[in-house]
Design a protein around this ligand. Structure first.
Ligand code: 3NM
Length: 209
């Protein structure tokens, strides 16, 4: 499996963009295009659907050597033997999730400020998301935090654990995000809405160097 330390492009199969019938096809395209990590995100979907989709995607990720992370649902992540789980600010402490998924699994946290990023590092999370940098249709209602704090965040947190900038990152915004100091990114709608997901992923992967 790709060590997380080498991961630059974190992708999300979001059922809000990709219907279940296309989940495997789009995941294969993300993986072939060079995704380093694949998360399944299914806000508002019932657990049975999430489990069904996860069971289809996990073998694809295993074959590609890419970690499969489940958004929320630590117990389901454990039952599926997912590589990890991603939890938000309101999803309780790391220790609780760790008890459920076990010691060998990756646990990531969404952070929306420098303070939250530092706190996630101190708590012992394996990686963080940091954003949203820009307003995003994928997470409506969350204020954009901009680019100003990226370099401090990378210095204080990103030097210790992988830190993925997220939110509104597209081929157009990526150069300014990298210029601001970001080293790793999560990209969702810009890839899932692309007419050719694999080509879009490959192009973005190449821009990351
Ligand atoms: N979490 P897109 S922003 C899922 O800041 C998610 O925690 C965010 O999607 C956070 O690439 C976000 O389409 C949406 O903007 C990212």
């Amino acid at each position: 499996m790709t060590p997380m330390n080498d991961s630059q492009l974190y992708t999300i199969l979001d059922l809000g963009y990709t219907p279940e019938e296309k989940a495997e096809q789009v995941t294969s395209a993300l993986l072939s295009g060079g995704a380093d990590i694949l998360q399944l995100r299914a806000k508002g979907h019932d657990p049975a659907t999430i489990e069904r989709v996860a069971r289809k995607l996990i073998p694809l990720c295993r074959l590609a050597g890419v970690p499969f992370i489940l958004n929320d649902f630590p117990a389901l992540a454990a039952a599926l033997d997912a590589d990890g789980v991603h939890i938000g600010q309101d999803d309780g402490p790391l220790s609780e999730a760790r008890k459920i998924v076990g010691p060998g699994k990756i646990i990531g946290r969404s952070t929306h400020s420098l303070d939250q990023a530092r706190a996630a590092l101190a708590e012992g999370f394996d990686y963080i998301g940091f954003g949203p940098l820009f307003p995003t249709p994928t997470k409506l209602g969350r204020p954009a935090i901009g680019l100003e704090e990226i370099s401090t965040m990378e210095h204080d947190v990103g030097s210790e654990i992988p830190a993925f900038c997220i939110g509104g990152i597209t081929p157009e915004t990526l150069p300014t995000v990298l210029a601001a100091g970001a080293r790793r990114v999560v990209v969702v709608s810009a890839l899932l809405r692309a007419p050719d997901v694999e080509a879009a992923t490959r192009k973005l992967r190449e821009s990351l160097g």
